[in-house]
Design a protein. Structure first.
Length: 98
């Protein structure tokens, strides 16, 4: 997964940074630590009285591993794709690519 941020105007960029490129391995999605963090975040949202479509008890390591296998098969068949692409009015661009 790659996250790219491009700041539109040079004057608005802090410290002269105009581009930020971050790379995360997709295999990070199936780690037990990430599953634990996701479940904790979901429980906090429930405590704030926000309704969620899926119960945190439903998400376990086996479920996430199955989703990861599905994601890998989609990437293998269709290639990498943009998950999110946002263009702001000030020229800032954010792209999350899988």
């Amino acid at each position: 997964m790659k996250i790219k941020v491009k700041i539109g105007k040079k004057r608005e960029a802090k410290h002269g940074i105009r581009h930020i490129n971050l790379a995360f391995p997709n295999s990070l999605l199936k780690s037990r630590l990430v599953v634990k963090i996701i479940r904790q975040g979901m429980k906090k949202e429930i405590e704030k009285s926000k309704k969620l479509a899926i119960s945190p008890d439903y998400i376990d390591y086996k479920f996430v591993k199955t989703l990861y296998v599905c994601l890998k098969s989609v990437i293998k068949r269709y290639g990498h794709f943009n998950l999110v692409e946002v263009d702001a009015a000030d020229g800032t661009k954010v792209i999350i690519r899988i």
